[in-house]
Structures are given as structure tokens and as C-alpha cells.
Design a protein around this ligand. Structure first.
Ligand code: FES
Length: 128
């Protein structure tokens, strides 16, 4: 297993025309597997490894505010990587991202602290 290197600088990882709204794309920067998400009129960069059972997320479904793992029921908030639904347990790392009229650049991990979200499980009582 290759050791994960930190992203020290902004790296050009894709062209804006490579993504259409509501889609994602697997890229690599600094030896890290990253998922670019284009949704809600903006771009987001997250770890491309599901914390549910370790699968890659490039086949995940992008919907309003959410990224749904294609393999199991895990769901994440694509804006910051927080967990919405188990079996995912850990949030996805979110990376700094810049874009210009043509390209998308990814940089070091964002330093934001994710506010704890209530993870929805089968046992969670649903209040109508
Ligand atoms: S790979 Fe299993 S929850 Fe995502």
C-alpha cells in the first residue's frame, strides 16, 4: 500500500468541461485518490474512499446536497464530507479547490471542523 502524501500545492486535476452538473469524477493529486463533485452550481473535492466499507465513490449518485455510495447505503454531504447515513462512520476528507474559466485545481485538506451530524440508522426513530 503506497503511503499517502499530503497535497502541498494546488494541483490541476481536471478541465471544467469534464464534469456536467450533478456528476462526479475520480482524479488523483499528490498520490491521493480524490472525487470531484459538480453540483449546486459549484465544485467540491472529497476523499474517493467510502468510510462504510472502503469502496471508491466515483459511481456514487449525486443528488441534492448528497453523495450516495453505489455499493451500500452510506450517504455523505458533498459540501463538506460529513456522514448522513451509516454504514459510513467517518466523514470524507474535504480538500481546498479552486477553478478558473478552464480548469479545476485541488489543494491541501480543508481545515474545517465538521459539526457533528445525527447519523441516520435503521434504529433512529423517525418523528413525522
Ligand atoms: S462501499 Fe460500502 S458503504 Fe460505501
Amino acid at each position: 500500500m503506497t503511503t499517502m502524501k499530503s497535497i502541498a500545492e494546488m494541483t490541476k486535476v481536471a478541465l471544467r468541461k469534464d464534469l456536467t452538473p450533478g456528476t462526479s469524477k475520480a482524479v488523483e493529486a499528490g498520490g491521493q485518490k480524490i472525487l470531484l463533485v459538480y453540483a449546486g452550481g459549484d465544485y467540491f473535492a472529497l476523499d474517493n474512499r467510502c468510510s462504510g466499507c472502503g469502496g471508491e465513490l466515483q459511481d456514487a449518485r449525486v443528488s441534492v446536497g448528497m453523495l450516495s455510495c453505489a455499493r451500500c447505503p452510506s450517504m455523505y454531504y458533498y459540501r463538506h464530507g460529513g456522514v448522513k447515513r451509516a454504514p459510513a462512520a467517518e466523514p470524507l476528507k474535504a480538500y481546498q479547490l479552486r477553478y478558473d474559466s478552464e480548469a479545476i485545481y485541488v489543494g491541501p485538506e480543508k481545515g474545517i471542523k465538521i459539526k457533528e451530524h445525527k447519523v441516520v440508522t435503521k434504529e433512529t426513530p423517525i418523528k413525522w
